[in-house]
Design a protein around this ligand. Structure first.
Ligand code: PMP
Length: 462
């Protein structure tokens, strides 16, 4: 076989990909028919594909490339660490400098007393850790029956059996999850789709109070923890009403249940604060981290754990849990370098004070478009709801997601990666995007919306 490289014709690469590569969250045969887009390189916020197209990546890969593509320092950090100590584990009473340094740095950055980290290879694995961690914690406190975890519909917490069971996405249910018993889902705080006649404020409170109802239903001595993304990402960048998180915090405090903030997307500057919990004013006992921790340059995730929980678990003998790649030295070294860049270049502050307000101004103006109902944005994550009737917050005649998929296709062809979740279009660009790149993003989005509008009118979907 020829050497497979960037220089191969696109069609040959696509044929080999279709023959041997199973893609996540993809209809494999359908993709094989048309061929996957082959991304060959990237710099800053721009991707290049195998046909030489330049595409503005308004999704930071999968919400992860916070510092943008092509930072040599991270490549150097990885190479240096690979030469010195490419691998060692942290199981058998050993440790290494990258894990020590990253843990200390995370304790410095994290809010309140989240001073301890249990490493994983991904966000999904970290959420699996969380399930075992909170159940083990309560068992050690003499409450082994306190094992129910409350989550939300349309939440995304990963694709492992644990993460998938915690999550509440309809498309994932009945494909092998949920399998973990003792997980209860309450409604998501999605006012646009589910708020009916209620004001956003009242709806936010009503959704939060479902947590209290669930606690009472199971019995307060049965509920171990509540888990939620500060802003639901994969669910469609669902920004909860302001009333929501304070009420969730009150309920967790009143009933003494642990609060787990899944910060896999919101963490490391995405909201214009270091963590989404800071933005929402909540005090989690555990935070799930991944993605922006290394800006996606190396796979790494983890659970940031507060003093109290860590103390109980640490005092309880062996915690029989861990991954071969927990605290992988190369991933830790890359993450550490990523955090140095985020801090030294004041990227999070720049997002908060300059870039996010600029983006928000442009993004919210998209509601002038006939297809766009609401526009939501927090920091560098935003969504627009496509609708045939703004006032009624109506859905399209076509199956949910049909119009969104059209729009995503138009975006791709116009050199923009914007994702769709049903008929919501979402963005999460690299935090380092410039004002002129935001202008390009918005221009391409408007053009794609115009073309979608024409297309669906022509097809009678409007
Ligand atoms: N939690 C959240 C909130 C996520 O968005 C994701 C990934 N999109 C995960 C967990 C799972 O992370 P990973 O894909 O790294 O396993």
């Amino acid at each position: 076989m020829n050497v497979i490289s960037n220089h191969m014709p696109t069609a040959d690469l696509q044929r080999l990909d279709a023959a041997h590569h199973m893609h996540p969250f993809t209809a494999g045969s359908e993709l094989a028919e048309k061929g996957a887009r082959v991304i060959t390189s990237a710099k800053g916020v721009m991707l290049t594909d195998s046909d030489g197209h330049q595409i503005l990546d308004a999704m930071s890969g999968l919400w992860c490339v916070n510092i943008g593509y092509g930072r040599e320092e991270l490549a150097e950090a990885a190479a240096r660490q690979m030469r010195e100590l490419p691998y060692y584990n942290t199981f058998f009473q050993t440790t290494h400098v990258p894990a020590i340094a990253l843990s200390a740095k995370l304790a410095e950055i994290a809010p309140r007393d989240l001073n301890h980290v249990f490493y994983a290879g991904s966000g999904s694995e970290a959420n699996d850790t969380n399930i075992r961690l909170v159940r083990h914690y309560w068992a050690q406190k003499g409450q082994p029956d306190r094992n129910i975890i409350i989550s939300r519909t349309n939440a995304y917490h990963g694709s492992t059996l644990g993460g998938g069971s915690l999550g509440g996405m309809s498309g994932m249910q009945n494909q092998g999850v949920p399998v973990i018993p003792g997980i209860h889902h309450i409604d998501q705080p999605d006012w646009w789709s589910e708020g009916g006649d209620m004001s956003p404020h009242d709806f936010g409170l009503a959704c939060a109070r479902q947590l209290e109802d669930a606690i009472k239903q199971h019995g307060p001595d049965r509920v171990a923890a509540f888990i939620g993304e500060p802003v639901q990402g994969a669910g469609g960048v669902i920004v909860p009403p302001d009333s929501y998180w304070p009420e969730i915090q009150r309920i967790c405090d009143d009933y003494g249940i642990l609060l787990i903030a899944d910060e896999v997307i919101c963490g490391f500057g995405r909201t214009g604060h270091w963590f989404g919990s800071d933005y929402m004013g909540i005090r989690p006992d555990i935070m799930t981290i991944a993605k922006g921790l290394s800006s996606g340059y190396a796979p790494i995730g983890g659970s940031l754990v507060c003093d109290e929980v860590a103390q109980v678990v640490n005092d309880a003998g062996d915690f029989n849990h861990g991954y071969t790649y927990s605290g992988h030295p190369v991933a830790c070294a890359v993450a550490l370098e990523n955090l140095r860049i985020l801090q030294e270049e004041r990227i999070v502050e720049n997002v908060c004070n300059k870039i996010a307000p600029y983006l928000a101004d442009k993004w919210t103006q998209l509601t002038d478009h006939p297809l766009v109902g609401e526009a939501k944005i927090v920091g560098m994550m935003g969504s627009i709801a496509l609708t045939p009737d703004k006032a009624a917050r109506a859905k399209f005649k076509a199956d949910a997601g049909t119009v969104g998929l059209h729009c995503r296709g138009r975006c791709f062809d116009n050199g923009l990666v914007m994702r769709h979740v049903g008929d919501r279009m979402i963005i999460a660009p690299p935090l380092v995007i410039t004002e002129s790149e935001i202008d390009t993003l918005i221009d391409r989005a408007v053009q794609s919306l115009d073309e979608t509008y024409d297309l669906i009118r022509a097809e009678g979907l409007y």
